[in-house]
Design a protein around this ligand. Structure first.
Ligand SMILES: Nc1ncnc2c1ncn2[C@@H]1O[C@H](COP(=O)(O)OP(=O)(O)OP(=O)(O)O)[C@@H](O)[C@H]1O
Ligand SMILES: [Mg+2]
Length: 281
């Protein structure tokens, strides 16, 4: 269940040190969007600690603020209240230590697979003036996702699943401390998806990355997450946390995944429905 809310800090105070092993810490993080005369409360205050090497899935209904929260962690936007710390340092802007994989794989169609993977390395101090080092690193990652034979292929020659794997190689190449994934596998057919879930887990087990991903698919949440954080509808607040205690790799079609998925989905079904006039039943 939801951990007790972290104590309030005055905005200028340095964050309290996180317990050992905690990679990412959210303390009373909320977001209100104000456009012209409209105010949208997207996210209610959320407190959450994510440990090194943990795969946490944020699960909730459409519009509950999942992508908003991921954007705040990435530093693309600032929270209205609260603070986010990565390894004890406050997140204030985007950084190379956090990498976001978007819903659309967003590969550059005019670059081949290898150049897509080296692209993000060009501005990193260790790689900036070392094209061979960039290439070596990219080939390592392409091997990991089993696309090394397609290094010189065009993006349009890849299948949907291969594109997702190329995007994963590109995301992992700079070795980010935190990988953020927004709805990783939309619109893939069931067979490709099942295979990709297996492959993704295999890759992630080998890289031991800390990951926060977002989905509204309970089966995906059960298959991928070490822990699933369930949000209420907007303004999203944490309703429950479910620890998924299953060995990996997990088959998305396994009975145990189905059982966890049902448990996760049930949390949403308990949500009170709204009447047409916006009042709760
Ligand atoms: N830049 C913005 N300006 C104003 N409102 C926004 C902005 N971004 C998001 N919102 C609103 O905040 C709420 C939460 O949006 P968000 O994209 O975080 O939802 P989500 O949980 O990711 O939904 P989905 O599962 O459909 O992707 C929505 O009502 C959305 O319209
Ligand atoms: Mg979203």
């Amino acid at each position: 269940m939801q951990p007790p809310a972290a104590p309030d800090h005055p905005p200028s105070a340095e964050p309290a040190p996180a317990p050992p092993g905690v990679k990412l810490r959210l303390a009373n993080v909320s977001k209100v969007f104000r456009n012209n005369e409209q105010t949208i409360e997207a996210l209610a205050p959320v407190s959450l600690e994510i440990r090194e090497g943990e795969f946490v899935v944020l699960f909730g209904p459409s519009g509950c603020g999942k992508s908003t929260l991921l954007n705040l962690i990435a530093g693309f936007d600032a929270p209205t209240t609260g603070e986010i710390t990565l390894e004890g340092r406050r997140v204030r802007r985007p950084g190379n230590d956090r990498l976001m994989m978007f819903q659309e794989h967003a590969l550059f169609p005019w670059l081949n697979v290898l150049d897509n993977v080296t692209y993000g390395l060009r501005w990193l101090p260790n790689f900036r003036f070392h094209p061979l080092r960039r290439r070596r690193r990219a080939m390592e990652l392409l091997k990991l996702v089993r696309l090394d034979e397609f290094a010189h292929a065009s993006i349009h020659e890849l299948s949907g699943g291969m594109k997702q794997r190329a995007a994963l190689a590109r995301a992992l190449a700079p070795d980010p401390k935190l990988l953020l994934i927004d709805e990783p596998f939309p619109a893939l057919d069931a067979l490709v998806r099942a295979k990709l879930y297996g492959e993704l887990q295999d890759i992630l087990v080998r890289t031991r990355k800390t990951i926060v991903s977002v989905t509204h698919d309970s089966r995906e949440a059960a298959c991928l997450g070490d822990r699933v954080v369930v949000f209420t509808k907007r303004p999203g607040r944490i309703k429950a946390e479910i620890k998924v205690d299953m060995p990996r790799p997990r088959d998305i079609n396994a009975a145990a995944v189905t059982a966890y998925a049902a448990q996760i989905a049930a949390q949403l079904e308990e949500e009170p429905r709204e009447n047409d006039d916006g009042k709760r039943d």
